[in-house]
Design a binder for this molecule. Structure first.
Ligand SMILES: NC(=O)c1ccc[n+]([C@@H]2O[C@H](COP(=O)([O-])OP(=O)(O)OC[C@H]3O[C@@H](n4cnc5c(N)ncnc54)[C@H](O)[C@@H]3O)[C@@H](O)[C@H]2O)c1
Length: 367
């Protein structure tokens, strides 16, 4: 969208304002993307979200009355509505984050994952393609479909880091869970719409995120909230499965870099070079909580005594680790937050947002 700025001499210059559809913008990462795009980038944002159990409009209260933000409660699988939404909003880009995202739920109820992650992505691609074909000139050149995906599509690395390469953009896909298989499928379909129909897509594959407003079914919030309630901190297996952790705001800035400067048809892996075992993560949270909020009991035990090892998840991937060299060198993106600073921010955020402390307890945790 172009906004004219008029001067007293009658001259006008035009400011280009980005119109962006963000799907899944009431979710954990989507809401961070919406807050950043609306407040920091001044984009016009249309948030398209079905508001499943994972959607949380409280995560958007700081921006939801701003004039450059709109919300549409809708299912991305609704083809006529998605087509109409593209026509009405005339986006310059779409950041597609709507998904079913919880590995354990995908094992119990895979149908939702097939529907939203595969059929939903296909539906959006078709709507975007129909819309893209109506565009001309600069608006057409500028348009991007940015598909946000996960490192889990690459499968599992061995634990001994010395003997294993990291995931790069050319690592073969080898998904193991219904969640990662549905995301892998959607990645392939997105690539097909680029190669076959020339839709200008960019794909990002990111490692595990943490930060504010994450649903309490995921490892880090679950651990914080259970510890505060004096409840067991369930850790899968021996706790040695390794994940590569990135602070959510760093991920969002990487998505924006890929959207604004990424090469069409390319994949960018996003990660913070921060491998930690699940047990290390839980123990770090316990240490921070010991300082912030010692357990009030006659014996004042450390929070780590709440750690409880539970039966492992079926097909639990051992290790994920991303090589982010491509996005760093090509797009100049870098993380701002280290795990040490990011995890303190995150624990402090949950401590100061009491509403989350009453959230339903969902067991066991997911990474
Ligand atoms: N969380 C992570 O660590 C991580 C890491 C890498 C990539 N990703 C990817 O990032 C994206 C966002 O992840 P998240 O953790 O924020 O997920 P989330 O589960 O917190 O949020 C998903 C959002 O999508 C919405 N949604 C679900 N189905 C929908 C549908 N059919 N139509 C419209 N909206 C729908 C939900 O209401 C929710 O607001 C996902 O695509 C996920 O695969 C996540």
């Amino acid at each position: 969208m172009q906004i004219p700025l008029l001067y007293s001499n009658g001259l006008a210059i035009f400011l280009q304002v980005m119109n962006a559809i963000i799907t899944g913008g009431a979710g954990f990462i989507g809401s961070a993307a919406v807050r950043y795009a609306v407040k920091q980038l001044n984009w016009n944002v249309l948030n398209v979200d079905k508001l499943t159990y994972a959607g949380n409009l409280l995560s958007l209260t700081e921006i939801d009355t701003l004039p450059n933000y709109r919300f549409l409660q809708a299912d991305i699988c609704n083809a006529p509505l998605m087509r109409q939404t593209f026509t009405d909003f005339q986006p310059d880009m779409i950041l597609h984050l709507a998904a079913e995202s919880h590995v354990d739920r995908s094992i119990d109820t895979p149908a939702d994952f097939i529907q939203t992650n595969i059929i939903g992505t296909y539906t959006l691609l078709e709507s975007a393609k129909t819309y893209y074909e109506t565009l001309h000139g600069e608006k057409k050149e500028q348009f991007r479909f940015v598909h946000i995906s996960t490192d889990e599509v690459y499968g599992s690395l061995e634990l001994a880091a010395n003997f294993n390469p990291l995931f790069t953009e050319t690592t073969a896909y080898d998904p193991h869970s219904p969640y990662s298989a549905s995301k892998a499928s959607s990645d392939h379909i997105v690539k097909a719409w680029f190669h076959t129909y020339g839709l200008p897509v960019v794909i990002t594959n990111c490692s595990n995120n943490y930060g504010q407003y994450q649903h309490p079914e995921k490892l880090i919030p679950k651990c914080i909230l259970n510890a505060l309630a004096g409840e067991p901190l369930p850790v899968y297996g021996d706790g040695n499965n390794v994940r590569d952790w990135i602070y959510v705001d760093d991920h969002v800035k990487a998505i924006v870099a890929a959207a604004e400067r990424g090469r069409i048809g390319e994949t960018y892996n996003i990660g913070a070079r921060c491998e930690k075992s699940n047990l290390e993560v839980v123990e770090t949270i316990c240490k921070i909580l010991d300082e912030r909020q010692p357990i009030c009991s006659p014996f004042s035990i450390p929070h780590s005594q709440l750690i409880t090892f539970v039966a492992d998840r079926p097909g639990h991937d051992k290790r994920y680790a991303i090589d982010p060299s491509k996005i760093e060198t090509e797009l100049g993106w870098r993380t701002v937050e280290s795990f040490e600073t990011g995890i303190i921010k995150t624990v402090d955020w949950y401590l100061s947002h009491q509403i989350y402390q009453n959230h339903e307890q969902v067991k066991p945790p997911s990474t």
